[in-house]
Each structure stands twice: as C-alpha cells, then as structure tokens.
Design a protein. Structure first.
Length: 257
C-alpha cells in the first residue's frame, strides 16, 4: 500500500500532483486527501511490490513523499501486548497480558496514546418467517385459514463495537487495552457498573497521567477511519490505519526510497 502524509488543511494543494501520479481524476484524488486533520491516508494499493515502487517514484517526481506499507509493517495482535489486568501507580503502569505476561512501564516513557473503536462486521444467513394473506387458502377453507407462512433465506449483517486504546513506548510492543477484555477491579472505589463507564474512566486517568504523550482519537470516528483507509478499504483493515497513524505520529513516517 502507498500512503501520503499531509498537514491539516493542506490536502487540496496535493490534489493535482496526486491525480497525475495515480492517473486519477481530481475528484478521485481529492477524496483521498479530505481529512481536515491531515494525513496519513492510503492513496493506492498494489498486489506486486514493483508496482508500489513505481507509484512511489511517480509521487516523488511530483513533489509528494510517499509512505510504503507492506504486510510486514502492519500491526497485528501477535505483535501487541494485549492487556488483561492493570494497575495505575503513582509513576507508572503495571500490566498483565492475556497470556499471563507482565510489564512495568513508567508514564514518562509513553510517547503516543491512540484511542479508537474497533468494529467487527459479520454476515450470516438467517431464515425469516412471515405470515401473508393467501386468497387461495381463504377460498379453499371457506375463510378458516386466511394466511400462509412464507420462509425466506436472507443475508443479515451484524456488527460488534469495542473501544480500544494503545500506548506506545520505544522498543516495546504497544500496550493494547480493549474495553471488553479488561479486568477493571484495580479501579477500586471508582469502579462503575458498566464496561463503557469503566473504560471511559480508565482513558481519562491515563490522559491525566500522560500529559507528555501525543494523543490521537480520530480512529474513534467512523468517517475519520474511512478517510485514513481511503476508498476500497473497510473496517476489517483497521490495523492498517492504526499502523499508519502510529508510524507518522511517532516520527518514523519516512517516505519510500
């Protein structure tokens, strides 16, 4: 994948050179640069690395510094510290992962704080039933049976939402907090009846404890997620958006060379 990082409000200035490099219309190019918060934003996808390098070359020739994101560059849960339980101390965090691993991190070490929403979409086949009026049955039964059952096989889409936050420390896997997978008992007297309330409380406590960390919450908004991912990528590619934003905000958003 090829992405472009641009400052807030500066996307319009890149529309013409991007359209030329991608052989797209200005309208299509503008759709890839529409986030008022700026980049990063995915602008092109290729199945072969040679095609991606060629695109990167055209972008550089047009004065745009591209970001190349390979499958190996995309964060996955295997490369994250998935937090199960935690304790917020005076100077740092003690956490235990879902695998039973432990980690101790000082607040001052955290350089980036990402917050967002993960949506898992599923499509299932379900049989629905409806009672419909049947004039044939009404006539045959002299009005005793006025309807018939109609069964229909339909595709039903469902979605599960889960809030998350991730903390980045140099040289360590990101600490990933998923709202539905956390043990909140360490909140003590601040413990709330609902998962959402507890997660909101945790996020607020961490923001207070991490004033030096760069904070970004655009991935909590569906439209902002879509602008980062660009046309053709959906909610199932959230890890791409996380990886791009983390790469840029941590200062490693180097262009493809």
């Amino acid at each position: 994948m090829i992405a472009v990082h641009y400052p807030p409000g500066q996307g319009e200035s890149l529309v013409a050179p991007l359209a030329e490099a991608l052989d797209k219309t200005p309208y299509e190019a503008r759709a890839r640069l529409s986030d008022p918060e700026g980049g990063p934003a995915v602008v092109a996808r290729y199945g072969e690395i040679e095609q991606a390098w060629a695109c990167a070359g055209r972008l550089r020739s047009n004065g745009i510094s591209p970001l190349l994101l390979t499958p190996e560059d995309v964060e996955t849960d295997e490369r994250r510290f998935l937090v199960r339980s935690f304790h917020l101390g005076e100077h740092g965090i003690t956490a235990t992962s879902r695998r039973g691993e432990s980690a101790e991190i000082e607040y001052r070490q955290v350089g980036l704080f990402l917050r967002g929403t993960r949506i898992d979409e599923k499509t299932e086949l379900k049989t629905t039933e409806q009672r419909k009026f049947s004039i044939g049955r009404a006539v045959l039964t002299q009005g005793l049976i006025m309807s018939k059952t109609v069964r229909k096989l339909e595709q039903v889409k469902t979605s599960d939402r889960e809030d998350f936050l991730q903390l980045y420390v140099e040289g360590r896997p990101p600490l990933a907090f998923r709202s539905g997978g956390l043990d909140y008992r360490s909140l003590g007297s601040a413990l709330q009846p609902s998962v959402q309330a507890n997660f909101t409380r945790l996020a607020a406590l961490l923001r207070q404890a991490l004033p030096q960390a760069r904070y970004d919450e655009r991935l909590a908004n569906s439209q902002a997620r879509a602008r980062v991912l660009g046309p053709g990528l959906g909610e199932s590619h959230l890890d791409v958006a996380i990886s791009l934003i983390a790469r840029v905000l941590r200062g490693s958003g180097k262009g493809a060379s």
